[in-house]
Write a protein that binds this ligand. Structure first.
Ligand SMILES: [Zn+2]
Length: 564
């Protein structure tokens, strides 16, 4: 078939990394990406593999012909793939494209990178170092390689490392203010969210779930006694068992994201502990809450099978349900971004966003009770929804306090034009309870079409705005804030507020999800930034990703991962 006729293409990738093996061979999987006509690289319309090695100052050759074919689907000795640079190039291209496609499918629209251009550069052998990172100035994902115990180790071959870095790039495009210094939660959010997407992407691949289940129930057993499929077995046997294999080669690049998070037993006290103020450690709490929700969701899907045939469950179905639960939670996680505030995000905001976005697209949750599971498991880690609405669906965002006025707004341009949305905001500034003084800007207006698990379609328009107020330390009191002791009166301070406006298919405002700029909401942020030293840096410095990652690098012996 010609490429123009097929809409998608399946490509062979390593299912996790070379250390996850079955019968002594690395485990491969197939992922589906949008079909496109590729240039040598492979280079496509959103992702361009440029195999330049800055440590050796050379380019590695790429496959020159038959670019639309997957030559690795028939390889039986998968050990051969580890040393094949052309396979490395296909592996990164396919994983980055599939993460992008997943974001676009979940959000129901095209998703941009945060920099101006359409194409993200990906360098699979960028330098000789145990590191991998997203570089906004280079518009690139850079993957390093290093010497391991038994030959070179390539970070571009680790599915979760590639998905993690792709997620940083995508999240930065969707919520560009999340890299601002703000609160311990926001500093941790980029890392935690990237790990959640990476790990759920790995578990959404059936061969990985299959291999992990193998550790407890070898694949010769066609059915498993249902009382053995407990949350404890799935977490301690399956997830932690896989974590042991996964971290083995890549821990210098990656640490032990899965092991640290899956092994973190529930406690509502972590969030207040000193140790968990460090962004990377704090991110683990979010990942732990999501991984344990995944285990609980998996168990509840298995419960359904048990009703079909009491006593035993078919092994294949257990695998299928695990991959399906990961897939569903991953889609929910990505969708939550549109319902999260544009600035100063907290874990509680994210949970309310997660619940609300799901209610809108899947109102009926009585089959597997995903939302109850999330509420219960997140609460066991001390994460409560930011919204305090009660009732049948607690924790979802409340509708706007006052009905806005639509006179003068045009339905058509409200779906795409930032000026039109700004006019709406300006004319409704009192009804929306906006702070009138700061500089206000509409960042984006995005029409979306989401399809629920039951095929139900929801059309919405998401508009994001931010508010910025630049002032000096001495002005804080005038605005109702407390000036921290020892803060110089001349110190420049940036305050940020903002929100996400969610319009329904008739152009009516459904939700206004925001974090206010005014007192008292920002007092905690001012205190935190002053104490952590972020306010004393120049504004430019403070606004860079590096700030987060430098903190992470100082966080402890095993916390160094990405240097920026
Ligand atoms: Zn990261």
């Amino acid at each position: 078939m010609k490429v123009s006729e097929a809409r998608t293409r399946s490509l062979t990738v390593l299912a996790q990394d070379p250390s996850v093996q079955v019968n002594g061979r690395p485990l491969t999987g197939t992922i589906i990406v949008p079909a496109e006509e590729l240039a040598v690289g492979p280079r496509g319309y959103r992702v361009q593999v440029i195999d330049y090695d800055s440590s050796r100052d050379l380019f590695y050759r790429s496959r020159a012909n038959d670019l639309e074919r997957d030559p690795y689907g028939t390889v039986t000795d998968t050990r051969r793939l580890i040393g094949d640079a052309h396979f490395h190039q296909q592996n990164v291209y396919a994983i980055v494209m599939s993460v992008l496609a997943r974001f676009e499918r979940a959000l129901g629209r095209r998703v941009s990178w945060s920099f101006g251009s359409h194409q993200l550069k990906v360098a699979p052998h960028a330098f000789a170092d145990a590191n991998a990172f997203y570089s906004k100035p280079n518009e690139a994902l850079l993957f390093g390689y290093f010497a391991g115990d038994s030959g070179p180790v390539f970070s571009c071959l680790s599915h979760d490392v590639v998905a993690h870095e792709s997620t940083h790039a995508l999240l930065d495009g969707l919520r560009e203010r999340y890299i601002d210094p703000s609160s311990p939660d926001q500093a941790a959010f980029h890392e935690g969210f990237a790990d959640v997407v990476a790990l759920l992407s790995v578990f959404a691949l059936a061969p990985v779930v299959d291999a992990a289940l193998d550790l407890e129930h070898p694949r010769e057993t066609k059915s498993i006694r249902s009382e053995q499929l407990t949350p404890r077995m799935l977490r301690d046997g399956v997830l932690l068992g896989l974590a042991e294999q996964m971290g083995r080669q890549m821990q210098d690049v990656r640490g032990h994201a899965l092991r640290q998070s899956a092994g973190l037993s529930p406690s509502a006290r972590y969030l207040d502990q000193e140790e968990y103020l460090e962004p990377h450690r704090r991110g683990e709490i979010l990942v732990a809450a999501m991984l344990n929700s995944f285990v609980a969701a998996w168990v509840s899907q298995i419960e359904h099978l048990r009703r079909v045939r009491p006593g035993y469950v078919e092994r294949d179905r257990v695998v299928e349900e695990g991959a399906a639960a990961a897939d569903r939670l991953l889609t929910m996680t990505i969708r939550a971004l549109d319902y999260a505030p544009t600035v100063n995000v907290s874990f509680g905001d994210f949970l309310s966003a997660l619940l609300t976005a799901d209610v809108e697209v899947a109102p009926d949750d009585t089959r597997y009770h995903y939302r109850n599971t999330l509420r219960r498991v997140f609460a066991s880690y001390g994460i409560k929804p930011a919204s305090t609405t009660a009732g049948a669906e607690p924790g979802i965002w409340a509708p706007p306090e006052d009905e806005p006025e639509y006179r003068g707004s045009h339905f058509e341009s409200m779906q795409r034009d930032p000026n039109e949305v700004f006019r709406f905001i300006w004319e409704n500034r009192q009804r929306l309870r906006l702070d009138p003084d700061p500089f206000t800007k509409v960042l984006s207006v995005r029409p979306t079409l989401r399809i629920g698990p039951d095929g139900f379609a929801v059309r919405e328009t998401i508009a994001e705005y931010v508010q910025v107020l630049v002032l000096r330390g001495r002005d804080l009191r005038k605005l109702g804030f407390r000036r921290p002791v020892m803060m110089p009166p001349e110190l420049p301070i940036h305050l940020y507020g903002g929100g996400s406006l969610i319009f329904d298919e008739y152009g009516r405002l459904k939700f206004h999800v925001r974090n206010r700029l005014a007192a008292p909401a920002q007092q905690g942020r001012i205190d935190y930034l002053w104490q952590s030293g972020a306010l004393s840096q120049s504004a430019d410095n403070a606004l860079h990703f590096a700030a987060i990652h430098r903190l992470r690098a100082y966080g402890g012996a095993d916390a160094v991962m990405e240097t920026w």
